[in-house]
Design a protein around this ligand. Structure first.
Ligand SMILES: Nc1ncnc2c1ncn2[C@@H]1O[C@H](COP(=O)(O)OP(=O)(O)OP(=O)(O)O)[C@@H](O)[C@H]1O
Ligand SMILES: [Mg+2]
Length: 282
């Protein structure tokens, strides 16, 4: 177990319920307690409906209408901030699975990015544009000016996801939340985006929480893993330990069902993305 100073975020007994579709209320997270060690990449796995998305959304106050969230305690950087929530934002930003639904189709990439830069970094329009350009360079987009002037649908899927990550970086998060950020992409692009997230973690001392259904992704890019089932965390720990010696029967089932790990080297950060914006649907 990490010591206090190594822990960025600690959440005790998070419970969330939502209005049920047929009346009543549905508990989607139950007594969820976890620590996010600073500077690590943490994978969240578990079957569909187990509450992975709700867990990320509850950290950003992005729950559906009518949701009720409660927790015993939230500790950020060693400080108990429970009483300041929900008014206070956690220093977190989210990368969604499908950037097409997160970008306004009528607003150019530059418009999205400068808006976030202005709001979060309290700068004027001119400086925001410079910061937006820098963020696109940070996500290894080779021609940032061109991409700034593009509409979301004019970019390839991989470029759009890079732009979404750039937008998240402009909020200057310490904690980057990513909900299945590569599921919509083909395998090659997926590996590039994962390598990028890993590289950004190191360059910017980020802490990353990444939801995935792919245990291969966890093995390749995550340091730690949280295993969820039915709105609860059933197992957590360093990936090596959990994969070698799963303790919970559900984790054992998950690992047994996963295809054998491919005999491939881990994806490496690729400073020169091979794809080009606006071409194909990669
Ligand atoms: N808007 C909503 N209203 C009511 N229930 C919802 C709503 N959104 C999700 N749920 C329920 O909350 C539970 C947790 O959903 P969540 O989306 O967090 O699962 P998940 O682990 O992310 O699944 P997936 O792998 O399919 O994305 C599920 O039982 C789901 O049916
Ligand atoms: Mg989900």
């Amino acid at each position: 177990m990490a010591t206090r100073a190594d822990v960025l975020l600690e959440v005790d007994a998070l419970t969330v319920d939502l209005p049920g579709r047929t009346g009543g209320r549905v508990r989607v997270l139950e007594d969820v307690t976890f620590q996010v060690p600073r500077g690590r990449v943490v994978g969240i796995v578990g079957e569909s409906g187990s509450g992975k998305t709700m867990l990320l959304r509850s950290l950003l106050d992005l729950l559906p209408d009518g949701a009720r969230r409660s927790w015993d305690r939230v500790v950020l950087d060693g400080a108990d901030i429970t009483s300041e929530l929900p008014g206070r934002r956690l220093p977190a930003a989210m990368v969604f699975q499908d950037p097409m639904t997160s970008f306004n189709p009528l607003v150019r990439i530059g418009g999205h990015l400068t808006e976030v830069a202005q709001r979060f970094q309290k700068v004027g329009r001119r400086e925001a544009t410079a910061l937006a350009r820098e963020a696109l360079v940070a996500v290894r987009i080779p021609d940032p000016d061109r991409v700034l002037s593009r509409y979301p649908h004019e970019l390839s899927g991989g470029m759009r996801q890079r732009a979404m990550i750039a937008m998240a970086l402009l909020a200057q998060p310490e904690l980057l939340l990513a909900d299945e950020p590569t599921t919509a992409l083909d395998a090659t692009i997926q590996a590039q985006i994962l390598a990028l997230l890993r590289a950004l973690q190191a360059e910017r001392a980020l802490t990353v929480l990444i939801v995935t259904h792919d245990l291969g992704v966890v093995a390749a890019v995550c340091d730690d893993v949280l295993v969820m089932k039915d709105g609860r965390i059933v197992e957590t720990g360093p990936v090596d330990r959990v994969f070698a010696e799963p303790q919970h029967p559900y984790t054992k089932t998950l690992l047994a069902a996963a295809p054998a790990a491919p005999d491939e080297p881990e994806p490496q950060p690729s400073p020169e993305p091979r794809e080009t914006p606006g071409e194909g649907n990669a």
